[in-house]
Design a protein around this ligand. Sequence first.
Ligand SMILES: Cc1cc2nc3c(=O)[nH]c(=O)nc-3n(C[C@H](O)[C@H](O)[C@H](O)COP(=O)(O)OP(=O)(O)OC[C@H]3O[C@@H](n4cnc5c(N)ncnc54)[C@H](O)[C@@H]3O)c2cc1C
Length: 428
Amino acid sequence: MEYSPYVTWYEKTAIKKPDFSSLDENVECDICVIGGAFTGVNALLHATEMGKKAILIEPGKIGFGCSGRSGGLIESGLNTTLDDLSDFYGRLNAHAFWNSTIEARDKIIENVKKYKIDCDLIEGLTYISRNKFKRDDYISYTNYFAHYFENDPIVNLNHDDVQSSFKMPSAVLGMNYLKSGSFNPLSYVYGLANAAVSQGAKLYENTSVISIDEKEKVTIKTENGSIVCDHVIVCGNAFMSEEKSPEKTQTVSTEYFQIVTTPLTDDVLAKIAPNGQVAVASRGDLRSYIQITEDNRVLYGGPEFSKETNYEKFAERKLKELEFYLPDIHGKVTVDYVWSGPVGVPMNYVPILNRISTRHYITHGFNGHGVAMSCFAGQVIVDAILDDDGLYDIYSRIKPAQLPQWVHHAIAKVTLLFYKLYLKRFNA
Ligand SMILES: Cc1cc2nc3c(=O)[nH]c(=O)nc-3n(C[C@H](O)[C@H](O)[C@H](O)COP(=O)(O)OP(=O)(O)OC[C@H]3O[C@@H](n4cnc5c(N)ncnc54)[C@H](O)[C@@H]3O)c2cc1C
C-alpha cells in the first residue's frame, strides 16, 4: 500500500524515467522553458522541432507536478460548456477556441505515434450520465458536434450500450468520444522529454530559478548557473507562487485526488469490463472518472473538496464512493495507491496564455481538464515567438476577468460549497 501524496501508481508502471543533471554552468539558448511537465516539455519539444536551441529547467523532477499524477484522460473541450463560452465571447471565438482543444487532443495522439511513446494509450472515452432526463440534451449535443466539429466524432449510447462495455448500473446514458482517450501520463512526459533530447534539446532537473532579468536578452539565474536567452516561457501551473505575473490573480488552486485499487480478479473483471482497459468520466464541471487500467485495477479520481490529511481514512472514504458506482467490486478490492495534486483554476475555466513582454511568456490555469491543452499551450506560445500569432491571438480574445485574489478565492469557496452540497444531495 502506498498512502502518500507523492507515490503514484504511475511511478510504478511508467516507462523508465530519463534522468537529468542540475544546471551548474552558464549557458545560452534561443528559448528557455521553466517547468518540466506537459506544458513545459511540450514547448521544449516544439521549439526544438522548429530548429531553435532550447533548454528546460525544472525545480524538481520532470512530471512531478499535476501532469504525471493526473487521470491521463485526453479530452477535447474545457471544464466549461461551449454555450457558456459562446455567451461570453461570441460564437465565432468560442468555436475557434473549441477547435484548438480538438487540435490539442489530436496532437497528443500524433506525438504518441510519431515518437513511439509506450504510454498505454487507449482511444475512445465514454462520458456517462446517471440522469435519464439528459437524453435529449445528449442527442442535440451530438448532432451539433456532428455539424460543426466533424473532427470530434461522438456516438450516443443508451443504457445497454454503456453497460455492455462498463457495468455501472446507475449509468443510464452515454456519449463515446471516438478520438479522445486515456494514457499513462507520466510515461507521456518521459516520452516527450526523450523525443526532445533526441533532437538536441537540453533538460536540467533540480534547478530552481532565482531571478529573471530582461534587458536586450533575458538572463535567468539559478543556484549554480545561468541561462541567457532570447525568450523565456514559464510553465509552472499551480506551483508558481513566485512568479510575479498579474495573471496569477486569475487562478485559484483546488485539489484533485486519485485512488488505485488492487487488481480485479478475472471473474470480477469479466463482469465489469469484459473488454478490459476502459475509461469513463462524468461530464460538466463536476468531473469524476473511473478507469480500468492495463493491469486490471480500478483507478478513480476527481475533484476533492475536503482537506483530508489522513490518507488511509481518505482511501476508505473514496473506496466506499467507488463501490457505490461499481457494486460488483464491493468486498473484492482494497486501495493500493492514493494521491492528490493541485490544479490551477481560472475564473472562466479557460487556460491563460500571457505575453508579459515580447521576451517573457507565461501559461497556466489548465484546471482539472488540462491534459490536452497543457500539451498544446507551449506549442502555441513557441509559434507566437516565431511570429505565427494565429492561435495565440484566439487565446488572447478569451481572457478571464481580472479580479483581486481574495474576491476570486471567495467566489471559488462559495462555488465549491455549492458543489459539495449538490454532490451530497444527488450523490453525483
Ligand atoms: C490528480 C489529478 C488528476 C487530473 N486528471 C486529469 C485528467 O484526467 N484529464 C485532464 O485533462 N486533466 C487532468 N488533471 C489536470 C492536468 O493534469 C493539469 O491541468 C496539467 O497536467 C497541467 O500541466 P502543467 O504542465 O501546466 O503543470 P504541472 O504538471 O503541474 O507542472 C508544473 C511544473 O512546474 C514546476 N514548478 C514548480 N515551481 C515552479 C516555479 N516557481 N516556476 C516554474 N516552474 C515551477 C513543477 O515542479 C512542475 O513540474 C488532473 C490533475 C490532477 C492533480
